[in-house]
Ligand binder design. Structure first.
Ligand code: SAH
Ligand code: SF4
Ligand code: F3S
Length: 449
């Protein structure tokens, strides 16, 4: 048989969790394609099924275990199928023990991504499970291949890991200590993206505004943002996540003074009570947070401030929760991700004995969501009639006849229009504002062009 006509073996990657994992999956996919595999979205066609997992909350882990059950059943029918398991869950000893029982072929840690091809080959040849999980980070690996989501917007890692040890959070244990990439490597990657036609980049890190520590060069996040904004062909620069304790005046002024840097800051508050913030080890008070967000609003006109909020942290009393609601009313977040506290073993908060009952957490989450959705709706309604500059991203997921676009402030605007608008930055008039999205009309000048 003609070897050339034989179909390449296929892989399927299942990605859970945050943007860091989305970006890591692009690299894992790049490594697999360099090995000669091609992508499929059908599990039954795949020779490798790769899990890139998240352990930030119990529910995230449950989702992965559910899917792993399904895929293990597939493997019983197709014993040659390789199941590879990476990401944050792979770092945790209790997960590793469970994976040994389930019979996963390759388990690789967040610091071992570059070794994936070698580990897969080893598992194929030895037909025994291969575990490779370093518990500490190595050097930052540059120049790994990657297959990005095609399009107009790309993620770029600027740093890995986290040093903050918020008492509820597993990330410092799964991702290791904070280390920054050299600016030259970041800028080279951004330039390559621009050359490939990407128009927007989002700089990623668990705590981007502490970028630059430990590098040989003298640089901070504000410098890096300004340098990224100067890359020819990149029209919009975004970044996530910022930590309130590292929000400098220099950074605020850099965002304010640079038209390429979008006016959106995701700066999680987590909780509104000083007692809880202290127990969370967040390093700021509610007064400090208000002062920062007021300063941001004063200096960056029209800025959107978004947040993550946790309800039901151990020891959270009704008054503490009332403080969170009060802060939400005071800051008026443009949007917020809200979570029920989930105990992560190995973290400090898991040892606190005053855990909040599930029913209380659920009730608080509902109450918080009602307040936050109302505020988001009010803010979005106040935009009705205004003209916003949007970057058109592609067909709308909910209504295929429409397009989805994004304002500089990261609001989704659904607009009518043909696909040739995709990739363009255009002005649209907002006709309706809802809690999670806006509806707009394309201005006549654009339609006729
Ligand atoms: N580095 C980022 C994001 C970390 S994870 C930051 O510091 O903001 C994303 C969000 O998940 C966190 O902001 C927090 O709100 C939430 N989270 C983290 N651990 C959690 C836990 N144990 N239970 C519930 N929510 C959690
Ligand atoms: Fe987790 Fe806190 Fe680090 Fe964010 S800053 S990743 S919440 S430890
Ligand atoms: Fe989850 Fe790891 Fe991201 S725990 S949120 S995938 S850093």
């Amino acid at each position: 048989m003609d070897q050339q006509l034989e179909k390449a073996p296929a892989y399927l990657t299942l990605t859970y969790g945050c943007q860091m994992n989305v970006r890591d999956s692009e690299i894992m996919n790049g490594l697999l394609e360099a090995m000669g595999y091609c992508a499929t979205d059908k599990p039954e066609e795949a020779s490798i099924i790769l899990f890139n997992t998240c352990s930030v909350r119990h529910s995230a882990e449950n989702k992965v275990y559910g899917k792993l059950g399904e895929i293990s059943a597939l493997k019983r029918r197709n014993p040659d199928l390789i199941i590879a398991f990476g990401g944050c869950m792979a770092q945790l000893p209790e997960v590793q023990a469970r994976l040994k029982k389930i019979g996963v072929d390759v388990v690789f840690g967040t610091h071992n991504i570059h070794e994936l091809p070698y580990l897969i080959e080893q598992a194929r040849q030895s037909k025994t499970p291969v575990f490779q999980v370093w518990d500490q980070e190595g050097e930052v690996e540059e120049n790994l291949p990657s297959v990005r989501r095609p399009g107009i917007s790309a993620f770029v890692n600027i740093m890995y890991g986290c040093n903050n040890f918020c008492s509820y959070c597993i990330v410092p244990y799964t991702r290791g200590r904070e280390r920054s990439r050299r600016s030259a490597d970041i800028l080279k990657e951004v330039q390559e993206l621009a050359d490939q036609g990407y128009r927007e980049v989002t700089l990623l890190g668990q705590n981007v505004n502490s970028y630059g520590k430990g590098l040989d060069e003298e640089i901070d996040f504000a410098d890096l943002l300004a340098m990224t904004a100067r890359v020819e062909g990149i029209d919009r620069v975004r970044f996530t996540t910022s930590h309130p304790k590292d929000m400098s005046d220099k950074l605020i002024d850099t965002i304010a003074g640079n038209p390429v840097i979008c006016e959106h800051i995701h700066v999680p508050l987590q909780a509104g009570s000083n007692r809880i913030l202290k127990r969370m080890n967040r390093g700021y008070t509610r007064e400090h947070y208000l002062e920062i967000t007021n300063r941001i609003r004063e200096r960056i006109p029209g800025v959107a401030i978004t947040s993550d909020l946790i309800v039901g942290f151990p020891g959270e009393e009704d008054e503490d929760f009332a403080d969170t609601l009060d802060m939400v009313e005071k800051v008026r977040f443009d949007a917020a991700f809200t979570f029920m506290y989930s105990t992560r073993s190995g973290t400090r908060a898991a040892e606190f004995t005053d855990q909040v009952p599930l029913e209380v957490k659920k009730a608080r989450l509902n109450q918080l969501n009602l307040v936050q959705y109302r505020i988001a709706r009010e803010i979005n309604q106040s935009l009705e009639g205004k003209v916003e500059e949007v970057l058109v991203e592609g067909p709308s997921k909910t209504d295929k006849t429409k397009l989805t676009s994004r304002t500089r402030t990261n609001r989704v605007v659904i607009i009518p229009g043909s696909e040739d608008l995709i990739g363009q930055i255009i002005p649209v008039r907002i006709v309706e504002g809802k809690s999670f999205s806006l509806f707009g009309e394309v201005l006549p000048a654009v339609k006729s062009s």
